[in-house]
Ligand binder design. Structure first.
Ligand code: GTP
Ligand code: MG
Length: 335
């Protein structure tokens, strides 16, 4: 494989900033959507509390991490102390409780990797997945949200990458490509790696926020107001970063040896994590370390076939960014 395709400077690269920024703006969910999400959440809260007065509901995923594109579903986590009760039983009971009121299509999916209740609110048209006691997801949602507030370029880059991934159909974990969560981690790590860096590594800084979830210590620096000028010395524009991102994943990433790690703000080796060979269904063909669950590789869903698809898409995107007269159209052409 040709690693060293030259990244020749494209002289008109900065003329792409305006179209990319317009695209980013068009993807931001309108305020009404946020209001509707809050309404649905309070409805759910009322129903749940009748049965479990001490229960709490948390939003997580893209509706709370600031990386939500318009018309996303919402992810909700029910925190409850019924540890003695079997998860599937709890899910079925939750489905029962919610069924009774004015919600549609309440389904209990007890055989999924993470068992959930799925439902649709006909009032707002919003769909929602509810899981139980998945507090790690609530904490990583906060980490992503805190990163998004440091430098505006992260949210811009992540929206464009997510939109590209959805258009090109490489955001489908059930087909062996990557989750939105994985793409956002790739963007954060990419900005941590720029020189000068655009993002710091919050987990390597002084601890100002700390929780322990499932025996995992989750601590990081969360006073990000103090970091608003962190990336100022780096003047790269959004067009340069989109190009750089695709160029990195097409021609520079060492798929044989490297692991992307937001936790350390660097690239670490597969060898030190023992991710050099397939174990069970985890093939580790592209490695993205979860910031808190260190043994969790977000790339584990990628298989022999989908790694090829993914790399070809990265190459296609990098080549479009380099040579196409109108990259903003070509890049997002539906697959
Ligand atoms: P969209 O729904 O595509 O807009 O993005 P999303 O941010 O909601 O992402 P996704 O549905 O991929 O993930 C939802 C949340 O689940 C993430 O934000 C994480 O908090 C959490 N999560 C933790 N581990 C995993 C994992 O292995 N895969 C996925 N998909 N999500 C995880
Ligand atoms: Mg989601």
């Amino acid at each position: 494989r040709m690693y060293k395709r030259q990244m020749i400077c494209r002289r008109d690269i900065d003329s792409l900033n305006v179209p990319f920024l317009l695209m980013y703006q068009s993807l931001i969910p309108p305020d009404e959507e946020k209001v509707k999400q809050k309404q649905l959440l309070s409805l759910l809260e009322r129903l749940v509390i009748k049965e479990w007065p001490k229960a709490r509901l948390y939003l997580y995923g893209s509706c709370a991490n600031s990386f939500g594109i318009s018309k996303s579903d919402i992810d909700v986590c029910l925190a409850i102390e019924e540890a003695h009760m079997d998860k599937s039983k709890l899910i079925m009971k939750l489905a029962d409780i919610l069924q009774s009121d004015n919600l549609q299509n309440v389904q209990a999916l007890i055989h999924a990797r993470v068992p959930i209740v799925k439902l649709m609110d006909p009032m707002t048209g919003i769909s929602c997945d509810i899981c139980i006691n998945n507090l790690l997801a609530v904490v990583n949602t906060k980490l992503l949200w805190d990163y998004s507030r440091i430098d505006a370029r992260l949210r811009q880059l992540a929206f464009i990458i997510k939109h590209w991934a959805k258009s090109r159909r490489v955001n489908e974990t059930y087909h062996g490509t990557l989750s939105s969560y994985a793409y956002v981690l790739m963007c954060i790590n990419f900005l941590q790696q720029r020189r000068p860096a655009i993002l710091p590594c919050l987990q390597e800084m002084k601890t100002t926020y700390s929780v322990t979830v499932d025996d995992i210590d989750c601590s990081f620096f969360d006073q990000v107001e103090k970091l608003y000028d962190f990336g100022h010395r780096n003047k790269e524009t959004i067009a340069q970063l989109v190009w750089g991102f695709f160029y990195y994943w097409a021609y520079c990433h060492d798929y044989t040896n490297d692991v992307i790690s937001v936790r350390t703000g660097s690239i670490i080796s597969k060898r030190e994590k023992n991710w050099t060979r397939r174990i069970g269904n985890d093939r580790h063909l592209i490695c993205i370390e979860d910031p808190f669950e260190m043994s969790h590789d977000l790339g584990r869903v990628v298989d022999k076939h989908s790694i090829k698809v993914l790399r070809e898409e990265f190459e296609r995107a990098a080549d479009i960014m380099q040579f196409d007269p109108n990259p903003c159209v070509k890049l997002f052409e539906p697959y």
